[in-house]
Design a protein around this ligand. Structure first.
Ligand code: G3H
Ligand code: ZN
Length: 284
């Protein structure tokens, strides 16, 4: 069923595992991620950035595709459609009215009081519709669609606690050294802060930039209260690699099903691997 993130993340936090957010890029990504979740019997969060939403036709198109696929594929595991890095109240409202079951309001680049104000407005509207809300503090490095950051700023634990109590968000993404896209060298995550923020706020934590984080760090993050891990780049790399391979092997090939079909399989395989690594398999 289509659900918000609240229950799946609270269960994950309690159970000591994390639910993956896998970003949609097109129809094949949507198919692959839903199939992976069903086969793994795992809850899943479909992340939709504003850019990906635009690419796929709009928020309503995304919701219609997901709902139709869930019916055709007979999906029984919990699925959330989540706006990733929502840039404004208006964008979150548009996603909620299009049928998203969860939104992230990323007002982390605004002054703290403004972040609180915008996030509170989103929470009010979202909760009225039974939609869950994720907010962010600090700066995640790298670039993802419209979100560009050239430094990494660690979230402040005091501010995290205040943001959670004053806004009533369902989960929090404290930037603690993670990066969107591939890491240059080993990631250096702020586990001391993570542990502090996890226990001070009580809400499930979200780890952005899940691509390229070693398993030992994933396990540590989960043990400090991380219950949602976002992955996009790794699936994009897997899919592009397969397309390149097929077209190199068959230079005369022009049927998209012949190169996007195998790409879809490699996305599915990558997602299943992540679900096992995050411990969400058989937790539906
Ligand atoms: O919000 C989406 C993610 O944080 C994805 O990060 O592309 O580095 O896996 P990634
Ligand atoms: Zn992110």
């Amino acid at each position: 069923p289509l659900v918000s993130m609240t229950e799946m993340l609270n269960k994950a936090k309690e159970g000591g595992y994390a639910v993956g957010q896998f970003n949609l890029n097109n129809l094949e990504f949507t198919q692959a991620i839903l199939q992976a979740a069903q086969e793994e019997q795992s809850p899943v969060i479909l992340g939709v950035s504003e850019g990906a939403g635009r690419y796929m036709g709009g928020f309503k198109t995304v919701v219609a595709i997901v709902k139709a696929l869930m019916e055709d594929y007979k999906i029984t595991v919990p699925v959330a459609i989540h706006l990733d890095h929502g840039s404004s109240f208006e964008s979150c409202a548009k996603a909620i009215h299009a049928g998203f079951t969860s939104v992230m309001i990323d007002a982390s680049h605004h002054p703290f009081e403004e972040n609180i104000e915008t996030t509170s407005k989103v929470v009010e509207l979202a909760h009225f519709h039974g939609v869950s809300v994720e907010a962010e503090l600090g700066v995640v490095g790298g670039q993802e669609d419209d979100v560009i950051a050239d430094g990494v700023i660690y979230a402040d634990p005091k501010e995290c606690e205040e943001l959670v109590t004053r806004t009533g968000i369902d989960c929090l993404a404290p930037a603690l050294g993670s990066v969107h896209g591939p890491y240059k060298g080993e990631p250096n995550l702020g586990f001391t802060e993570m542990e502090q923020i996890g226990s001070a706020t009580g809400v499930p934590l979200v780890l952005h930039g899940g691509t390229g984080i070693p398993t030992k760090d994933i396990q540590k993050a989960i043990s400090y209260g991380t219950a949602k891990i976002n992955v996009n780049t790794e699936n994009q790399i897997a899919s592009a690699k397969t397309v390149r391979q097929v077209l190199a092997d068959q230079p005369e090939q022009y049927d998209p099903r012949k190169y996007l079909g195998p790409a879809r399989d490699s996305i599915k395989e990558t997602v299943q691997g992540k679900m096992r690594e995050f411990g969400s398999s058989n937790k539906a």
